[in-house]
Design a protein around this ligand. Sequence first.
Ligand code: AMP
Length: 414
Amino acid sequence: MKILVLNCGSSSVKFQLIETSLELIEQRADRLIAKGSVEKIGSSHAIVTFDVPGRERHRETPEILEHRVAIERVARLLCDPEHGVIGDPKEIDGVGHRVVHGGEKFANSTLINDRVLHEMKECIELAPLHNPANIRGYTVARQIFPDIPHVAVFDTAFHQTMPPHSYLYALPRVIHRRHGVRRYGFHGTSHRYCAYRIEKITGVDREELRIITAHLGNGCSACAIDHGKSLDTTMGFTPLEGLIMGTRSGDIDPAAVLHVIAKEELRLSEANTLLNKHSGLLGISGISNDMRELQTAAAKGNEDAQLAIDMFCYRLKKYIGAYAAAMGGVDHLVFTGGIGENSALIRERSVDGLAFMGLEIDPARNADPEARGERQISTATSRAKIWVIPTDEELVIARDTVRCIVGVIPPPPA
Ligand code: AMP
């Protein structure tokens, strides 16, 4: 089956066309046909990129004022006689949509029907910045591809296995009941993919393993995957909690936020911007939210950049220890995401001193400049194994779309 994966943000659409099926999943022979993105939607010079493996990148900068035009452009590019990869949109068998928030309603991916759409809309108040664009993307794509199944794959769904003692905040219970305030967790598709790959690489059923996954990208989260299920994760009610991120603070005493709001006379929206856009690596270093730039600056002796790196690694190390404690040990630690996959320094610093709990990184393997793709970076004697696994959320979305279409994942109630 040819599955179109759509990831719609407020001003962007990322897409991949993936050939997959139950048989191809089994053989791990599913294949990327094309991918690309439309950025800066709403401007007279949007940026459209289109990549087909083995071909040179195609780039356009047309006026694209809204998502409908963006997705129409994607459909046209896919079928374009010169640049395209299929002859007709009818060759597409299904569309998989990344949806950030599924609240407590969705513990799995699902075919989208009117009822599911209604429930997705009810989750908007939990993710006002993300879900509206995801839903807009779906609505438009449904009009452009009306006759094929559409599937929603939620960032939160994997974490719905968390027990109450890990997902509840110690607030009056009525706050959860009335407003849905609890830990939901995000990056679920990525954490799930890493656990799946560990199972495949090691040949050991993930239900027998205790895995800690660290997704370190622009957003960062760690997850304790206990015998195949998400037991706990660092992101919470929103993607702000937990690890230090590019521009997000991660954990902070809520009373400190109230204090700053009062002292600086901030509006709620300003406090939100402070915590989500001006904090994290950028806020500490005063230089950049990009780990590459911070590493370069720190190597040249910039103390603020060094402090940002130190804090980033220390916070992660604390969570690795906490999650090992939560699971009674750890068998595998996985690094993924732009930083996790590429920064030997961050990996080394985050597990430095954790040999006492069975985590020993091999400095040569970890820093091997030739190494690419999935690889083990722990020493031969390390009790727990440490891995780099490039994440592939789009592949998971495409595969879940197939599973929903063929009924391996049961259909939603009508
Ligand atoms: P992602 O959101 O997964 O694409 O990750 C993006 C982040 O990965 C960027 O902000 C960079 O800070 C980081 N990154 C990418 N390549 C490297 C690298 N070679 N070393 C350190 N950080 C990197």
